[in-house]
Each structure stands twice: as C-alpha cells, then as structure tokens.
Design a protein around this ligand. Structure first.
Ligand SMILES: Cc1ncc(COP(=O)(O)O)c(C=O)c1O
Length: 458
C-alpha cells in the first residue's frame, strides 16, 4: 500500500486500486513514468464523523451559497457517470477549459525566464505587485492604444477570476451589484461570500439584493436598462459567458450612459474579446466616457491556453473615482499589495511572449482553431432544428431546448452521448431551458461529439 498523499495526489474516494503517476526527480527531462500502485484511503474523515469541533462559527455568508460552485458540481457528476459507465469515452464540452498546446513562441519565453532564474544575473525574487513594467506597457500598447489607458492603469494578475474576488474585497459588503442573467457564476458567488446579498430565494432561484438583468433571445441578450434599478456595481461580460453574445458599440454606449446617470461602476469582463469577429468593441474603453465609470478585467487564459499557467490583468483608469473623490485604483493597489505578491515571473515572461508579434499571431491561430470548432457545433445543432445563439464572437454555443429543464438535458446528453455540457440554469434563472456547449476541445473530439449528438437528437 502506498500513501499517495505524500505525492500530493489524493484519489482515495472510494478506496480502490488506481493508476498514479510518480514523477522522478528529473521528470522535467524525461516523460512521466506511469506506475500502478495500490491505494489505501488515507483522507481524513468527513466533518460529520468527527467528534471534535472548534468553537469557530461558520461564515454565515458562505453558508448562503447554493450547493457547490457550478463547475466542481459538473465535475462531480462526470465522475459519478464514469463510475457507472467505466468504459465510456467521455467528451468534455462543459467546463470551458482550453485543450490545445501553448504555442512554442510563448513557452520558449517562459523556459528562457525559468532557466535564467538559475543564474546569478537572471535571478529575481518578489516583483512589483502590480506586475512588470514592461508587461504593463505591452498590455496598454496592444489592447488600449487608442483609448488613453496607460501602463500605470494596469494591474497584472494571476487571472480574471482572482481579480473578480479582489474587486469584491475592494467594494466591500455594503454595495449592491447587478449581473447579466445568465452570467459567469463568479460574480454572484463572490458577492454572496462578501456578504453583499441576502439569502437565496428558492422560488425565484435568485439571491436577495442582487439585480438580475435578464438577457434572452427576445432582447438580443442585452438588458432593458430602462427597467433596471440603480445598483452600485454592474458586472457586464462581453462576449458573454455563457450566451456568447457580444454587445454592440451602441449597446455599450447605452450601458456607459446608464452607469454615469446612476453614478455606478461597471466591472467589464473582456476575457473573450479576442474571439470577436464582427465590429463589436473589444474593450469598454472604446466607449467615450467609460474611463470615468468602468473597470475592465481580462485574461490570457482563453487566448494562449493559460488556464493553468495563470495570467490576466485588470484596468482601473485614474479617472475612476469614489463618491468622495478618492481614486478607485489607489484602493485597489492597497488590496493588491496586501493580498497578492504579483503574478509569477515565469507567467509574466509568457505574457510578454504572447504580446510579441509572433505571439499575437500564434494566439490568433489558437483562437481561430476554437472558432472552427464552434462552427462544427453550430452546424450540428442547426441541422437538428435547434435554435443556437452566441458562437460568432465567443467559444460558446448557447443551445435552446424550449420547455425543458437544463439539468435534465445535461443529464440526457451525458447519459446517452457521454458528452459533458453545462446546464444553462447553472448561470442563473435566465439560463433555464438552455445548455452551453464549449468549443474548447481537440478537433477529433468535437467531431465525435457532433456525431453522437446528431445520433441522439436525429
Ligand atoms: C467570463 C469569464 N471571466 C473570467 C474567467 C476566468 O479567467 P481566468 O482563467 O483568467 O481566471 C472565465 C473563465 O472561464 C470566464 O469565463
């Protein structure tokens, strides 16, 4: 029996024999050797079985959260499916994780930096919490050249999701937020954790004290702002996850005007901007006046396959002020310096590789590959007679199953086609009746998934 915990691998539920990889000391030079070991369950008992409890109360805000975060819940169901059908060749078009290798021009930049760390001259320890000057400048020049955003407005980070939570710490517990419905779950869940919300209301499937701005085919996936009450913060994601809809210049102009009239701050998530194929703005800062009302968060995750490498950035223009005139960026800087010690130097070297002329071309190729996958998925569902949305400007296809429960459709596709999708209702009540299909996948898997889906719904 081998205790896998000492290798940092826990596969112990339930107790069973399992293949495990053990990296040798020089595993960076040789392929990982796979060995079969017998595993004994060594995990600690669940809390319910433990007699001893501390005297620390559970954070009541976390207790408000519903079930698990959406994607771990999907992973749990996938694992359960695999236990039931051990031989099934599951294709995952659910979680939205990238699958294609990082272009070499980018990994070379990281490798070079990693090797330099082994030299006296090339070694560096803690860097600037806000990120390397050169990378901040390259981000400003590449993505914000015409909008007056400067290097000093940019905070480099370990990814957009982490920044969303840091922004919530910045705003504190007394603000009220608005979200698109449906939306990426991190906005709502981080709001709950911060204590900005009331309890979850099962009947409407919403948390109290959050404004859910319905985005549906009927309104072109852009909320009717004339019926949205004022909130302090407006989370807005374009191109949107999960609907794939990108807001037009005219719509974003309306949004900026709405924020300005209400004295609100927009947190604009542009994690999929490079997927835009039409003339929709790639940044909120393309809209005049946005610098006084908006923050933008972005990421290399879906452009360069950096979901594991981790690198993103957040833009807080110096023009953005709190009601007392204090610059928002100054407070964010304080949070970053307190809770974050800067993105990994190796990731930042990768970021510079991404923004070199060859890196930009390589990222465009990666994005182009996933967009071809998107076309295959769109063709699959349209040929079956389904209405599909998104896709054009995003790596997500939003498929309508009118009158059906999203989790039921998710379960049906998993059970009968062994394909993992994401139930639309996991993104908010406005997602009920829809399923999100991610275009991140190896081509052969996308083609095979398309074949199985055609077979299932013919
Ligand atoms: C809309 C949106 N924002 C942010 C993220 C997270 O990005 P990162 O990997 O940079 O944390 C995701 C990831 O799926 C996303 O869909």
């Amino acid at each position: 029996m081998v205790n896998l915990q000492k290798f940092g691998v826990c596969r112990c539920t339930p107790c069973r024999s399992a293949p495990a990889s053990r990296a040798s000391k020089s595993s960076h030079l040789r392929p990982t050797r796979r060995v079969t070991v017998s595993v004994r369950c060594v995990s600690s008992s669940p809390a319910a079985d433990t007699a001893y409890t501390t005297k620390v109360s559970r954070n009541a805000n976390i207790a408000k959260l519903q079930a698990g975060y959406l994607f771990p819940e999907i992973a749990r169901r996938r694992t359960a499916h695999l236990l039931k059908h051990p031989g099934a060749k599951i294709i995952s078009l659910g979680i939205g994780d990238t699958t294609e290798p990082i272009p070499e021009v980018i990994t070379n930049a990281m490798a070079e930096r990693a090797h330099a760390l082994s030299t006296v001259d090339g070694y560096s320890g803690y860097g600037a919490e806000q990120g390397e000057k050169k990378l901040r400048a390259a981000i400003a020049a590449t993505y914000y050249a015409d909008s007056g955003i400067e290097e000093t407005d940019i905070f480099v980070s370990d990814g957009a999701k982490c920044d969303i939570s840091r922004l919530q710490v910045l705003f504190g517990s007394s603000v009220k937020i608005a979200v698109q419905d449906p939306s990426y779950p991190a906005y709502v869940d981080s709001s709950v954790i911060m204590g900005q919300t009331d309890l979850y209301q099962q009947d409407v499937q919403k948390y109290g004290n959050i404004e859910y701005m319905r985005c549906s085919p009927e309104n072109g996936f852009f909320p009717d702002l004339s019926s949205v009450p004022r909130t302090d913060i407006i989370f807005f994601c374009s191109p949107n996850n999960p609907t794939g809809a990108a807001a037009s210049r005219e719509q974003l102009t309306q949004l900026v005007k709405f924020a300005k009239n209400n004295g609100s701050i927009i947190v604009y998530d542009s994690a999929y901007a490079m997927y835009i194929s039409d003339d929709s703005p790639k940044s909120i800062f393309e809209i005049p006046g946005a610098k006084e009302v908006a923050i933008e968060t972005a990421s290399f995750s879906k452009y360069a396959g950096f979901t594991g490498v981790r690198l993103g950035w957040t833009v807080i223009p110096k023009e953005l002020l709190f009601s007392d005139g204090h610059p928002v960026a100054k407070d964010f800087n304080r949070i970053v310096c307190t809770s974050f010690n800067g993105a990994s130097t190796i990731s930042q070297a990768g970021g510079l590789g991404c923004l070199s002329p060859e890196g930009l071309k390589a990222m465009q190729d990666v994005v182009g590959f996933y967009k071809e996958n998107t076309d295959i998925i769109v063709e699959t569902f349209t040929s079956l007679g389904y209405n599909v949305y998104g896709a054009k400007n995003a790596p997500y296809v939003w498929v309508h199953f009118p009158g059906r429960n999203s989790w039921d459709v998710f379960a049906e596709i998993l059970e009968k086609a062994h394909v993992v999708t994401t139930p639309g209702s996991g993104f908010g009540p406005g997602g009920e009746g829809f399923v999100r299909i991610s275009a991140f996948g190896h081509r052969e898997n996308i083609i095979e998934a398309a074949r199985r889906l055609k077979e299932l719904y013919k």
